[in-house]
Design a protein around this ligand. Structure first.
Ligand SMILES: [Zn+2]
Length: 77
């Protein structure tokens, strides 16, 4: 699959829940909620790659896998 953020070929990590977990060599590991994915498709949004990676990095440094939900996604486009 392609990374939702940067489009790099990435790996989907099997997970349970209403989100997709993605391991991208460029962005690291993150989760994108089902509602956020639907919004992106509906509105043809694109992530601001630099902005999104900066936010992901701050979350990853805390030791958590960042979850981008629909409200977060709206601030990262
Ligand atoms: Zn990526």
């Amino acid at each position: 699959m392609d990374c939702f953020i940067c489009g790099t070929e990435s790996r989907e990590v099997p997970s349970t829940g209403d989100f997709k977990q993605v391991a991208c060599s460029e962005c690291g590991e993150y989760r994108l909620s089902g509602t956020a994915i639907a919004l992106f498709k509906e509105h043809n949004w694109k992530f601001d790659v630099d902005l999104t990676r900066r936010w992901l990095t701050t979350q990853q440094l805390l030791g958590t896998i960042p979850l981008i939900d629909s409200s977060r996604a709206a601030s990262l486009i």
